[in-house]
Design a protein around this ligand. Structure first.
Ligand code: AMP
Ligand code: MG
Length: 343
């Protein structure tokens, strides 16, 4: 079947066309990212501005996605959109767009959960260093708004640990913006951190914050902002220390989730999973416990519509099309509220 997926949970508006029979084939995966250019722009993501961005780009993203996939609307068998969780303003744009095409062209439609889509695309496409795929991984989902450790247990995707305040990407972005680096800040901090040498720089003793299986970043953010203001440490030292500490926290809870669930596979997902230092730490942890680490190409780590299309196919094959009255957006739906009918 050919499915058109629409992603709009936050800063990314994406449309993808996939072909899914036994194997997943991504025919196109187009995205347009809301971004602010300079560090002076301290406002971050204002929901109505992001939704305006999505409105402005939806038509061109749509056209480009169909063109790249070389399909016509009449070839599309299914429409899938991100229904939860996310910013209400932006979810609404994607869901309206999806419902509009579904209604006008009479194409079945399903709504899916964005966090679970990250996990399912990993099960379909991620590979370990030997090119093998994963079956039943623990997902370290590290993105802008979300930081969760998710694994399948007894019929549901359950959250074994999570951030009690902001997502790790949000932490990195806010710190970077404070340091005048612009948005998205994760990659900018990573570039700075690579300049760190033990000879010329000092590691900051950051307050490590793991509570049981959960983490939080707000206190660390305030702490590092103060270090930046006091000029006691330079930007390279702040970027390096921030990464080392918060990534160590994420790897610690991921490892404990693997031990608790008796699972041997770790999958990385979310935009922060593009970070090569986080990937390196995850690989070391997995090899030390005879586990395997699975990493996706970056285009499937960041928010993308291919994963929405793919999960749409899984849902459709197990339960059929959604009813229009069940397709309202659900900005606060939790990962473990979703009935996993396709596994
Ligand atoms: P998502 O919400 O999953 O699309 O992820 C967006 C987040 O990923 C933003 O907070 C980015 O700063 C972060 N990000 C993207 N690339 C990197 C990278 N190489 N290192 C760290 N964070 C990154
Ligand atoms: Mg995401």
């Amino acid at each position: 079947m050919i499915c058109l997926g629409i992603e709009s949970t936050a800063h990314t508006f994406g449309i993808s066309v996939i072909k899914y029979t036994k194997k997943l084939e991504v025919l196109s995966n187009v995205r347009d990212l809301y971004t602010t250019e300079s560090g002076d722009d301290v406002e971050g993501m204002i929901p109505f501005k992001v939704s305006q961005h999505h409105l402005d780009c939806c038509d061109s993203v749509f056209k480009k996605s169909l063109e790249l996939a070389n399909v016509k609307l009449s070839d599309i068998d299914l429409i899938s959109f991100s229904q939860s969780p996310g910013l209400g303003h932006t979810l609404r744009i994607g869901s309206m767009f999806a419902k509009f095409i579904s209604r006008i062209y009479d194409i079945p439609i399903v709504g899916v959960n964005h966090c679970i889509a990250h996990l399912e695309i990993g099960r379909a496409l991620a590979q370990d260093s030997f090119g093998k795929g994963c079956k039943d991984p623990v997902l370290l989902y590290a993105s802008g708004a979300n930081t969760q450790i998710i694994a399948y247990a007894e019929g549901k995707y359950r959250i074994f640990g999570e951030s009690l305040d902001i997502g790790v990407g949000n932490f990195l972005d806010t710190l970077a913006r404070y340091m005048g680096l612009g948005f998205p800040g994760g990659p900018k901090l990573y570039e700075l951190s690579k300049k760190f040498t033990t000879k010329n720089h000092r590691v900051i003793n950051v307050p490590y914050s793991v509570k049981g299986m959960d983490v939080n970043f707000g206190g660390i953010l305030t702490f590092l902002k103060r270090k930046y203001d006091s000029k006691e440490y330079n930007s390279i030292e702040i970027a390096y220390s921030a990464q080392e500490y918060v990534f160590a926290m994420l790897i610690e809870v991921s490892e404990r989730a693997m031990a608790h669930c008796g699972k041997t596979e770790l999958l990385l997902g979310g935009g922060v999973a593009c970070n090569l230092r986080l990937q390196e730490m995850a690989k070391i942890m997995c090899s030390e416990r005879n586990g395997k680490c699975f990493i996706l190409p970056n285009e499937f780590n960041v928010d993308n519509a291919a994963m929405i299309a793919y999960l749409g196919c899984l849902v459709f094959k197990s339960t059929g099309p959604g009813k229009i009255e069940d397709l309202d957006i659900s900005p606060y739906l939790r990962t473990d509220d979703v009935d996993v009918t396709w596994r």
